[in-house]
Design a protein around this ligand. Structure first.
Ligand code: AMP
Length: 307
């Protein structure tokens, strides 16, 4: 059994109302892999980096059971670079720069070491590359989830729709759900997205939590109300990594287990936003995660008698 995660391994430059970073490690695959590594090992990324990617960061990931057989290194090129600036509400941001660099010519290869994949997360990446990854598995993974963003809807919608057809679950945020479906109601948006292929849909609503749709059911998970949100970058990927890491570790894809996965993903995302970049993922322990899960239980636990 293994969990394969594709997506970006990147450098980010982030500006929030609380501060600004120079280039720090980021990327959809990086955040998701860090988050999932708390729940299952090994994690096998399929990604591409440039010769500029910090060796110490690679060593730190390897030490957590994140294996690099599927990570291509283009020595003479630069890693993917993204820069964003958050508005005062911390929920919305402007992308300032997207430099594809190594991604421009990336042709993902699924090595033999990744073929034993039961759970596949297609993190945010060009939809054509997400599809290329799926097609290289000799046996289809048991459960495939796909994350994407408005950037790809704007420039590659037809290809994105092709790729969505092939997956079991799609994760998007609320504005992306509306853009993808053309529906304002998130319930109708989820229905439309399920008609596109996936049996399940997760809609992330930032500080308002997340919704899971499937099998005719809806589950709503809160986000932990935090006094201080420092940097929301990577929260969605960290959420997805916690979710799929939990499914992979329990090997259980029932709706009930996905409900647990959503709470775990929300707990992981709540850590992510407390500091810049992947810093909190590097600091927290299993005890911290357990304590936060207990806060979630307390947050939503109520007793009511329904006549
Ligand atoms: P999130 O805040 O969950 O949307 O994820 C932010 C991360 O996504 C950053 O670390 C970026 O490096 C990465 N990212 C930004 N734009 C893209 C893109 N178009 N494709 C893939 N990854 C991206």
């Amino acid at each position: 059994m293994s969990l394969v995660i594709t997506g970006t391994m990147a450098y980010d430059a982030i500006e929030t109302p609380f501060g600004k970073t120079d280039k720090i490690i980021g990327g959809s695959c990086t955040y998701a892999a860090y988050s999932a590594s708390f729940f299952c090992k090994p994690i096998k990324p399929i990604a591409v980096i440039g010769g500029d990617f910090d060796q110490a960061e690679i060593a730190a990931m390897k030490a957590r059971g994140i294996e690099f057989d599927g990570v291509e290194v283009k020595e003479n090129e630069k890693s993917f670079f993204w820069s964003g600036k958050y508005h005062n509400d911390m929920n919305t941001r402007d992308t300032l720069v997207t430099d594809l660099n190594v991604l421009e010519t990336f042709d993902p290869k699924v090595p033999a070491a990744c073929q034993d994949c039961d759970f596949l997360m297609l993190g945010n990446l060009m939809p054509s590359l997400q599809q290329k990854v799926i097609e290289q598995f000799t046996t289809r993974p048991k459960f495939i989830i796909l994350d994407t963003m408005n950037f790809w809807m704007d420039i590659a919608m037809p290809q994105l729709l092709e790729t969505i057809k092939l997956v079991d679950l799609i994760l998007v945020n609320d504005s992306e759900a509306r853009q993808l479906s053309g529906e304002y109601s998130l319930v109708k948006a989820a229905e439309k997205m399920m008609q596109m292929g996936p049996k399940y849909v997760i809609i992330k609503k930032g500080e308002h939590g997340a919704l899971l749709f499937g099998e005719g059911k809806i589950f709503s998970a809160p986000a932990l109300p935090l006094a201080d949100v420092f940097d929301p970058t990577g929260a969605g990927d960290t959420f997805a990594g916690g979710f799929i890491g939990h499914l992979a570790s329990t090997k259980d894809i029932s709706f009930n287990n996905m409900k647990r996965g959503i709470i775990i993903g929300s707990a992981m995302a709540s850590f992510c936003v407390e500091k810049f970049g992947t810093q909190r993922m590097k600091e927290i322990t299993h005890a911290d995660i357990d304590a936060r899960l207990a806060e979630f239980v307390e947050l939503v636990n109520f007793d009511i008698v329904v006549a």
